[in-house]
Design a protein around this ligand. Sequence first.
Ligand code: AMP
Ligand code: MG
Length: 337
Amino acid sequence: MKTKLLADCAADLLDAAKLLREGQVVGIPTETVYGLAADACNEEAIQQIFSAKGRPADNPLIVHIAKTQQLAEIAASVPSLAQKLANAFWPGPLTMILPKHHQIPTITSGGLDTVGVRMPSHPAARALILLSGVPLAAPSANRSGYPSPTTAAHVMNDMQGKIAAVLDGGTCNVGVESTVIAFENEDTVRILRPGYVTEAMLRNVVPNVILDPAILQQLPQGQIVRSPGMKYQHYAPRAHVTLVKGSQEAFHSFVRQHVATDVYVLVFDEQDKIPDVSCLVYGATGEEQAQLVFSKLRELDDLGAKQVFVHAPNPNGVGLAVYNRLIRAAGFEVIQV
Ligand code: AMP
Ligand code: MG
């Protein structure tokens, strides 16, 4: 199969929607990262997503909707807190785990009786859901385990020959995947995966917010992981990544002791660069870092980096999402200097 690049987002929307209706897989832009989309109710199409990504069958897909009314076709029941959260954050980067409607095949939910639902804000994603007339299951459009894609070129790089088409909607604004939450009771939610919607933002709507322990550390073997995606090696480039926590001074002195060819460094800004060391800037704020982190990890592979030292982000606000992706990219190798 030759993967078509649909380069004119507005003009090519109808073609992309037709492919989706026919049960094909299409790489689509969203405000978070590019998704690998297919009709959430078409089991053969969903199987193609798992094959194209090389994704383990027990790692569920998020279902994307464009109208609140569609929620009743995806979820068997919607708690009033979920409705309040939808009003506050949709369309936007928040995924809610809800009891699965029988219409959604278990292959889509990775065998679980729950399903993740989100309403994206990207105009092309919304238009595609409406034009195709079906809810779209869409995981991130990377090869399983590799950094998520934030441009159509990233998707072409990973998916050439494996899917029907990629719709180019430009660079993703948010840059990291959605915040995923589950409901504990009528006034408590648990963050399973941090994203652009932060704990503080959720607290404006929800009385109690719990951070799942798997966000910041590797859980001991055998412990049940509430979000299956959290147990897999993820977001990692080919280069060996090490996360280095500490002040600018301590970080610079650590890096100077480890300079070699093929050693690269990801830093916050121009001031954080180290003379005579190959440095790439990935942002000084959580928002900037979220937007750049995956493309910088991919760029490091293109440059032939073997070892990468990343100056660890401040794990607050949106920075928590960046930190969560980077510790996984680093296989939990974190050094405090
Ligand atoms: P991605 O497909 O890369 O956007 O990742 C989706 C994330 O949402 C993964 O970490 C999944 O494990 C998680 N997820 C999706 N559906 C569920 C569900 N029903 N229960 C728990 N986690 C889910
Ligand atoms: Mg993913």
